[in-house]
Design a protein around this ligand. Structure first.
Ligand SMILES: C[S@@+](CC[C@H](N)C(=O)[O-])C[C@H]1O[C@@H](n2cnc3c(N)ncnc32)[C@H](O)[C@@H]1O
Length: 213
């Protein structure tokens, strides 16, 4: 899998396609983290949120399996004078050893996988959390009752385009609240983000904790 030449322009494409909703979702997630926390960004891509977290003085690690994306993130961090504040890991989350972060952030990461892989991926994300740690995900919002017919199209268009680069599986819109609950997480908070500030709220952030025994 590789984003290849898209890596350096990926953040701009995401911002334009969502009319700022994706960076707003990323910013909101970072704002939920207490000072001094250890945070892991999984699949940060170009990592606009990683830069935010590093600026806030959080203890930041970022793991991505795409060398080009990681290089783009390293370049942006260097340019901002933040490279020494972030630990970059070139690896596949599914092969990574478990850890004990306070917060794990996975923005537009779960949509890479087909629905029948989500249990395994969510278990791997949970395996990076310490006791009482929180998982924050951002992604395309689940289709609700009375959904707008274009909501599915809004999701499918980039997914089909990026699938040509081998970047993601093609699948229906994930119902992430349901997948999180079925994988043993309890939902604690959430926020919807409107496209172009005043459009439909088709981007969603969810805050979850591993449910107790
Ligand atoms: C759709 S992009 C999202 C990038 C960014 N988080 C955002 O919100 O714009 C998904 C990212 O996850 C990375 N990725 C996909 N599968 C991965 C895996 N198994 N382990 C680590 N990173 C992975 C990709 O390389 C890519 O950078």
């Amino acid at each position: 899998m590789s984003y290849g030449p898209l890596a350096p322009i990926y953040a701009s494409l995401a911002r334009l396609y969502s009319g700022g909703a994706i960076p707003a979702c990323q910013r909101w997630a970072v704002e939920q983290i207490s000072a001094g926390s250890r945070v892991l960004f999984v699949g940060p891509g170009p990592g606009t949120d990683v830069l935010d977290a590093a600026r806030r003085g959080l203890q930041v690690t970022a793991i991505d399996c795409d060398a080009r994306m990681l290089q783009t993130l390293a370049n942006r961090l260097r340019h901002a004078g933040l490279l020494s504040r972030v630990q970059l890991v070139h690896a596949d989350l599914l092969q990574a050893p478990t850890a004990a972060y306070d917060v794990v952030i996975a923005q537009f990461f779960l949509n890479v996988f087909p629905a029948n892989h989500l249990r395994q991926v969510l278990t791997a994300l949970g395996g990076q959390l310490g006791p009482c740690g929180r998982l924050i995900v951002g992604d395309f919002a689940a289709l609700g009752e009375g959904q707008h017919p274009w909501q599915r199209l809004y999701h499918d268009l980039p997914m089909h385009l990026l699938a040509r680069f081998g970047a993601n599986a093609i699948h229906p819109v994930h119902d992430l609240p349901r997948h999180l609950q079925e994988s043993g997480f309890s939902l604690r908070d959430g926020r919807r983000f409107r496209l172009f500030g005043a459009g439909p709220a088709w981007v969603e952030a969810l805050v979850a904790e591993a449910a107790g025994p």
